[in-house]
Design a protein around this ligand. Structure first.
Ligand SMILES: [Zn+2]
Length: 256
């Protein structure tokens, strides 16, 4: 930077490096990286000419940050030549990107209880013992969802599973009432806390509800039977009542 110390922002540098590497492999034709079509193809179909995407599904959680950075470049500069996008080019764009992500910041937020923060940490780092993970660790034979039996159960599936939908719809209605601009976000962005929300009181309310919901739905799905919404409500309603009795709620939260 002219006149400055020439220091780099290391977080942006790492993200730029990862985005540049990922896009090179995604655009390239190597059979060794064709699995990326499945993991990020659906989100990035706009940046790959003639993308077929036969197996493309929702973006894997591990790639969400890089995919969001690439999409940001795509939306900001629609004529980007992806084959010539290197780390430096990504970096120059990312340092001017408004910091939309709220997720990691809230891992240490005092508005959340320690167990809720811990669960959020496991979720955002893709460390939960889902069926997919159990199969990978060879402690389960199959990875199919025990509720819908239609798809492997990974973290994304927990929020997309048909059996989860009544509960997911309930929390989304609650969030939309607090922050109507979030209605346009997809479930994956919402449940990885990957969106921007600027009003601090609304932000506290949305983050609190989401973090508690993410914890509640995970516990609800571990139990057999499909009455997930009843268990989520049974878990969350007393927590909401208790929160509303606190000074924290009247001082910091947008009423919900
Ligand atoms: Zn399912």
């Amino acid at each position: 930077m002219e006149g400055g110390l020439g220091l780099v922002i290391i977080e942006h540098k790492c993200r730029a490096l990862f985005s540049a590497t990922l896009i090179k492999q995604f655009i390239g034709e190597s059979s060794e990286t064709s699995f990326l079509n499945s993991w990020i193809g659906k989100a990035l179909k706009g940046v790959k000419p003639n993308f077929v995407g036969l197996h493309a599904r929702e973006t894997h959680a591990l790639f969400s940050n890089a995919v969001n950075d690439i999409l940001y470049v795509h939306e900001t500069y629609p004529n980007t030549q992806w084959s010539s996008m290197n780390t430096k080019a990504f970096y120059c764009i990312l340092i001017n990107k408004p910091n939309a992500k709220v997720s990691l910041y809230y891992l240490s937020s005092p508005i959340l209880s320690p167990p809720t923060r811990e669960h959020l940490f496991f979720t955002l780092h893709n460390l939960l013992l889902t069926r997919v993970r159990k199969k990978n660790l060879k402690i389960a034979m199959g990875d199919n969802c025990t509720h819908c039996k239609q798809a492997p159960e990974d973290i994304q599936h927990i929020f997309h599973c048909p059996a989860s939908q009544p509960a997911v719809n309930w929390i989304r209605r609650k969030i939309d009432r607090i922050s109507p601009e979030l209605a346009k976000e997809n479930n994956f962005s919402i449940f990885t806390l990957n969106f921007s929300i600027f009003d601090p009181n609304r932000k506290f309310s949305v983050i609190w509800l989401e973090a508690n919901f993410i914890t509640a739905i995970w516990h609800s799905r571990i139990e057999p039977g499909d009455n997930i919404i009843a268990r989520v409500l049974g878990d969350m309603k007393p927590n909401i009542e208790n929160l509303k009795k606190t000074q924290l709620y009247s001082n910091c939260f947008y009423p919900f």
